[in-house]
Ligand binder design. Structure first.
Ligand SMILES: Nc1nc2c(ncn2[C@@H]2O[C@H](COP(=O)(O)OP(=O)(O)OP(=O)(O)O)[C@@H](O)[C@H]2O)c(=O)[nH]1
Ligand SMILES: [Mg+2]
Length: 293
């Protein structure tokens, strides 16, 4: 039997729905999703296995002009996604004009590998707007195949999936056939906690936060974890904890619920908050948190 396998890398501006699409393909919540930009900070693999194919998807951070080292590293992940792709997925959303970063945009236009341009969130548009935008994107990225989709509502998702399978090269699998991702358990704990912080805190707070799970003990019926929420300043620590610890408690409760679904097991989370001055601009700290690319 012929076997197909390849890397399918999803790139685009922040908040367009890249993570929503990857999760829809994989059928698991591998990537966190929020309404805020820069939710995804890493390159996260989501592997879809069939009898005769293996689709290795990469979710990547939204493209931005980096202002500090963490963001430099995030854009490093995007760059790496250009290097090994067999199929490139360039995602845009209804109403959007183009990638803000011209160098990246030109790379897509000059791509030698197949590019699928997915015009997402069409559930928010009408027929006229949709047709106009498909026309515009056809002119802007003539080398791409364009698909209007709704990653959230599943519109055209199956069709795009089948098209990707068509485009995958013949190859043996790159990963064991029962593997779903390249990230360890602790990563999903960190990310789920960070998702709750993105959802419940305003302004700069979520961007100043990193989560590190220091202890992870799996027993037969329960997983016990101890995670530290890192902030950059003392004042941020107080905000995270909240009045009598109520804000932090909410983060813990909501993260636990999601993680119990994800792992299919009872979870006990111990959370604490620590100041780690300017970790976002410190190369050693960033390396420690997995931003070394
Ligand atoms: N209406 C609508 N909303 C969507 C759709 N797809 C995603 N969203 C919403 O758009 C927001 C951003 O989605 P994400 O999947 O986190 O976007 P992203 O591109 O991964 O964002 P970053 O990781 O920050 O770059 C969330 O609120 C999603 O629920 C869609 O098809 N329709
Ligand atoms: Mg994302």
């Amino acid at each position: 039997m012929n076997h197909k396998a390849g890397f399918v890398n999803i790139i685009g501006n922040p908040n367009v729905g890249k993570s929503t699409l990857m999760n829809a393909f994989v059928g698991e919540k591998l990537s966190i999703i929020t309404s805020k930009a820069q939710t995804t900070r890493h390159r996260i693999l989501g592997i879809v296995n069939g009898d005769d194919f293996q689709m290795v998807l990469s979710d990547t951070p939204g493209i931005i002009k980096p202002a500090y080292e963490l963001q430099e590293s995030m854009m490093g992940f995007v760059k790496s996604a250009f290097e090994d792709a067999d199929v490139l997925i360039y995602m845009v959303e209804i109403g959007e004009q183009a990638l803000k970063d011209e160098a990246f945009f030109n790379k897509i236009k000059a791509s030698k590998i197949p590019v699928l341009l997915l015009l997402n969130k069409i559930d928010k548009s009408d027929q006229l707007q949709l047709e106009t935008q498909v026309q515009e994107w056809t002119t802007k990225v003539p080398n791409a195949e364009i698909y209007p989709i709704s990653a959230l509502e599943g519109f055209n998702v199956k069709e795009v999936f089948n098209r990707i399978i068509d485009l995958l090269p013949e190859s043996p699998p790159f990963y064991p056939k029962d593997q779903l991702t390249d990230k360890p358990e602790r990563f999903f704990i960190n990310e789920t906690i960070r998702e709750k912080i993105l959802m419940h805190y305003k302004k700069e707070i979520p961007y100043a936060v990193e989560v590190d799970t220091e202890e992870f003990f799996e027993e037969e019926n329960i997983i016990r974890v101890r995670s530290v929420i890192m902030v950059e300043r003392e004042t941020q620590k107080g905000i995270i904890i909240g009045h009598k610890g109520s804000a932090l408690k909410r983060v813990g409760v909501e993260a636990r619920k999601d993680l119990e679904t994800f792992f299919g097991k009872q979870i006990h989370i111990e959370l604490y908050v620590k100041v780690n001055k300017n970790w976002r601009s410190n190369a050693n700290q960033l390396k420690r948190f997995g931003y070394n690319n």
